[in-house]
Design a protein around this ligand. Structure first.
Ligand code: G1P
Length: 298
């Protein structure tokens, strides 16, 4: 059982975001905002809270807005300083990354999530690392990755975030075949990416947070196409099963929103809007009003 501090995280952000066209024609999906913060900011904040110090983005053409987002904005800063807008300067500061803390790697071809993670292999070296999919936004008292890192520090291995989904939805996910169910943690004897409904080993689905050992990157060296003709991260993790490197699913505490889908994105917008002190009263009154109108119209 290898246990090292996890300080690096990979953020695969190379996807085309076609489900959000036409918006994603010119805006990277990860820059789309929940209330006033881009999806990527939620992932970065969660990573920082979990002690991540190095942030590796796997990008593609058309993602320069993401790089700009984490850069300084000298003009904006000087106007805000001149106008004494301290609170806005503080908000801007959250988007700045320490020099050298952020790295960008290009995925030249959309060959799948496994391939995207493999593109970052030279920046990982011989350490465990996290992978975070910014589409999965998780609202939690203790951030999801932090919960996982605490569990990982106890038990080691490879760990994926897991959540029970409706059985009919299991074929949209990586699905775990449970070996031992220990409550929050399960050990895993199999993992299948997007199984056919009748073949899903359970309804415990993988959610986009992972803590992985470098051996998973070695497995990705022998990349084979999996579900959907893509190189799947799930398959590379599954190769660890049966080695001394146990694979665990971790049932996190929190509410996950699938911001890769329109319905999930809207649900997250409502939830995060209602959670904001400055918006909640007005927004909730509006929602009640809308619901009443809709009911009356039925
Ligand atoms: C990816 C992973 C899948 C996982 C899902 C979670 O799929 O391949 O195993 O269950 O994220 O959001 P995607 O949603 O990118 O198709």
């Amino acid at each position: 059982m290898t246990k090292h501090k996890v300080t690096k995280a990979i953020f695969p952000v190379a996807g085309l975001g076609t489900r959000f066209l036409p918006a994603t024609k010119s805006i990277p999906k990860e820059i789309m905002t929940l209330v006033d913060r881009p999806l990527i900011q939620y992932a970065i904040d969660e990573a920082r809270a979990a002690g991540i110090e190095e942030f590796i983005f796997v990008t593609s053409r058309g993602k320069s807005a993401l790089e700009d987002y984490f850069d300084r904005a000298p003009e904006l800063e000087s106007v805000l300083t001149r106008d004494g807008k301290e609170h806005l300067l503080a908000i801007l500061k959250q988007t700045n990354m320490e020099s050298g803390a952020i790295a960008y790697v290009r995925q030249h071809k959309a060959l799948g999530l496994g391939h995207a993670v493999w593109c970052a292999r030279r920046l990982i070296g011989d350490e465990p690392f996290a992978v975070m999919l910014p589409d999965d936004v998780i609202a939690a008292e203790k951030p999801c990755l932090q919960q996982m890192i605490e569990a990982y520090e106890d038990i080691g291995g490879c760990m994926v975030a897991a959540m029970e989904v409706a059985p009919a939805k299991a074929s949209s996910y990586g699905v775990l075949d449970i070996d031992k169910d220990m409550g929050a943690l399960v050990s895993v004897k199999g993992m299948v990416e997007k199984p056919k409904a009748a073949e899903a080993p359970s309804n415990l689905a993988v959610i986009g947070r992972y803590i992985l050992t470098p051996s998973v990157l070695t497995n990705l060296n022998r990349m084979k196409e999996g579900a959907g003709g893509e190189i799947q991260l799930t398959d590379a993790i599954a190769e660890e099963i049966g080695t001394s490197n146990t694979v665990y699913g971790y049932r996190f505490r929190g509410q996950r929103y699938d911001c890769g889908s329109k319905a999930g994105f809207l649900q997250a917008t409502v939830a995060f809007g209602l959670a904001r002190d400055e918006l909640s009263a007005e927004f909730s009154e509006y929602l009640h009003h809308m619901m009443a109108q809709q009911k009356a119209a039925q």
